[in-house]
Design a protein around this ligand. Sequence first.
Ligand SMILES: Nc1ncnc2c1ncn2[C@@H]1O[C@H](COP(=O)(O)OP(=O)(O)O)[C@@H](O)[C@H]1O
Ligand SMILES: O=C(CO)[C@@H](O)[C@H](O)COP(=O)(O)O
Length: 465
Amino acid sequence: MAPTVLGIDSSTQATKALLVDAETGAVLEERRAANPEGTEVDPRAWLDAVDEAAGPLLERAEAISVGGQQHGMVLLDEQGEVVRDALLWNDTRSAPQAEALIEEMGGAEASVEEIGSLMVASFTASKLRWVRDEEPDSARRAASVLLPHDYVSRHLAGGGEAFTDRGDASGTAYYSTRTEEWKPELVELALGKGLELPRLPGSPQEIMARTSSGAAIAAGTGDNMGAALGLSQGEGDVSVSIGTSGVCAMVSPTRPNDASGAVTGFADATGRFLPMATTINAARILEAGRALLSVSHEEMAQLALASVPGARGVTLLPYFDGERTPNRPDARATLTGMSTATTREDIARAYVEGLLCSLADGITALEDRTGTSAATITLIGGAARSEAVQQLAPAIFGRAVTIAPAAEYVALGAARQAAWALSGDQEPPAWTLTDSRTVEAEATPEVLGAYRELKDRTAEWASKG
Ligand SMILES: Nc1ncnc2c1ncn2[C@@H]1O[C@H](COP(=O)(O)OP(=O)(O)O)[C@@H](O)[C@H]1O
Ligand SMILES: O=C(CO)[C@@H](O)[C@H](O)COP(=O)(O)O
């Protein structure tokens, strides 16, 4: 019988666990548990969630791996106890600290040279600087810093030395994607003192630890790197994930280099790179629309599809919770173009179009900055289940879109990494995705045009204060 492996996704809204056949990638069982709301979270809640979701499956797995939301700052003291709540990727309070660090590093180009990306409030280093500035007691007590997936992996190993991987490390802003090493001097720059950092693997398929019952634990990775593995993406393939965050990611053989900050230059979990354009607002745009209209997901989709392209002049710039791409941490959403004839259908349509236009800008930025046209574009994530998103994406992106069958691709990617560690092979196991379908539609460039016009106009307002 083929061995079974366990892939875990500790993402912003939930922890998901998949028990998977290591040879074929077939999902044998799936469980989930909710993670706490908010951008500042007690990380011990993720351990309860992983116990609930993955606990009953652990004994059946020969290898395990954890994908997790990127960038979150988990600060621990000398005894390994939590110093303060984790600040998550979507917590924008450290925006001034990110600006200060860019300046201290020598400017935008120097930031990209050192860490592969332009520093923003999402990155762990800017959160460390915020702690230095605002909570000197926490800074004094802190002895080590972990990412969410490292913290969960260490729990499954029953404690001991923490470990991570190059993919998730590349989102900290104290790791060099050029030399593939930690940059402890950047931790010191950010926090005013050094911290212990998790061990990095020698190879992507290294077994980093074992559970108490002897199952191998792989290095794990950031959730977006996990999704690329779960989709078995090749070079030039683009995934568009619509979860809490909106992520356009392309697997690339070359180290990205974008000082504008539109595209971050992360590493992937296999030895390649994963340039990404990431938004803070994504699935929750539709949640906000649903709340406003008091409808279910399905009704929201049907309302949106009952309107017309451009929502009869209504345009949404969906920066509800501040935004990261473009870098407008203090922004709020703007809805324009309403008349007394505007209907519920038009509002629903504007919300779906606003979401898709922000992702279309992400795809354009990725293609521009990498100089590579997307070979394929695959939609994944919770809100990719929306019928309206599926039908309107090809019109707004102006090209064919692949709809992957609804599945937890981050957890599947973690399972693939676990199977890889178990086999010790040079390459991850070849798992094939079945049941993907391609959707096409007539392009509606005028919708993206209206969105971009509003985006430019509000940038002017922002710069005028
Ligand atoms: N049919 C649907 N239509 C629109 N949004 C949906 C649908 N099903 C789930 N979602 C949204 O997907 C989001 C969760 O997506 P997911 O990719 O699991 O997020 P994360 O990985 O950030 O925890 C939730 O905000 C939920 O409302
Ligand atoms: O900050 C980023 C990527 O840089 C986010 O994509 C987080 O990794 C959270 O992802 P989800 O929970 O939305 O999947």
